[in-house]
Design a protein around this ligand. Structure first.
Ligand code: ZN
Length: 316
């Protein structure tokens, strides 16, 4: 609309060295309309430029400040988010670990209980065997110390305790088995097996002399059966005599241990030799009536520590 604009500055007049009404006169000259004239004080443009510059500067500073705070906040926010994610991940891992540990601990407790049950079972069996064998294991025990509740222990400590208990138990059982073997070996040597089948015709002690008058002491028992009936070793041991003795006829004598010796008389046939080792129940001879005998029978004696005893107190 405005075709031309002319700014006229002057109107500055100095009169007698005195500054007077410094003003800027703006004359707007359109093509068609009447010329317009604007008069503004001379300081206005300067102040305006300074003010606008100051405002722009302030705006720039504020914007810059806001922008940089926004950037740093955003960065901080992102960092925090990453941190939270890490923590969550860590937490998940910890939870997984914890649940694994829990299940492991549970398993361990179950195993512990299982082991304790087995130990109790072993103890029970041990007691039964002790009763049967008539011995006592020197160091039965091996239970987990009652003063320490196993639940209070760390899993690794618990394993250690169990390991020690089991090791002790193993040692103890080895000793026990050794004792048992010895005991069974000993029991095998005890001449408590009936040496033959038949009828008990004479017992241990004083009896009427079968070959004459008066009373004679009978140092064993007589078991009668037909000639050729099997005679068994009453216990395991070593044959110390296999031959003929006056009175007893064909005789076998077995030494069983430091305690017992057995004598088998009147045999028809001897099946073992002096020096042979025999098992309990092994056939050693055949029944007969050799020596001073009134008929086919076995004369059987048991000597304990060198003295004849009543076999019926030993035979089972
Ligand atoms: Zn006799």
């Amino acid at each position: 609309m405005w075709k031309d604009l002319t700014i006229l500055e002057r109107g500055r007049k100095t009169h007698m060295g005195k500054k007077k009404d410094s003003k800027i006169c703006i004359i707007i000259i359109p093509h068609t309309e009447k010329v317009r004239r604007l008069t503004i004080p001379q300081w206005l443009p300067k102040i305006s430029v300074i003010s606008i510059s100051a405002i722009l500067m302030a705006a720039f500073l504020i914007f810059n400040n806001i922008y940089s705070s926004h950037i740093s906040l955003e960065k901080e926010y992102n960092d925090r988010i990453a941190e939270i994610n890490n923590l969550e991940e860590e937490n998940r891992k910890k939870e997984t670990e914890l649940s694994k540990l829990k299940s492991h601990t549970k398993e361990l407790y179950e195993k512990t209980n299982e082991v304790e049950d087995k130990l109790a079972e072993i103890e029970k069996l041990q007691r039964q065997v002790e009763k049967i064998a008539g011995i006592k294991s020197p160091s039965r025990g091996g239970r987990i110390d009652d003063d320490i509740p196993i639940e209070a222990l760390e899993p690794t400590e618990e394993i250690q305790v169990l390991k020690e208990v089991l090791e002790n138990k193993e040692k103890e059982l080895l000793v026990f088995i050794d004792d048992l073997e010895k005991r069974f070996e000993y029991l095998e040597t005890v001449p408590d097996l009936w040496p033959t089948k038949g009828r008990l015709t004479s017992t241990f002690g004083n009896r009427k002399n079968p070959f004459g008058r008066g009373v004679r002491f009978h140092y064993g028992i007589d078991i009668a059966n037909s000639i050729g009936t099997d005679i068994w070793a009453a216990g395991s041991g070593k044959v110390v005599f296999s031959g003929y003795k006056s009175g007893l006829g064909r005789t076998i004598i077995i030494e069983h241990n430091n305690e017992y010796t057995t004598v088998y008389g009147h045999n028809s046939k001897l099946l073992v030799n002096e020096g042979d080792n025999v098992e309990k129940g092994q056939v050693i001879s055949k029944m007969g009536s050799t020596g001073r005998s009134t008929g086919s029978h076995l004369h059987f004696e048991i000597h304990k520590n060198g003295k004849p005893i009543d076999p019926l107190t030993i035979l089972k």
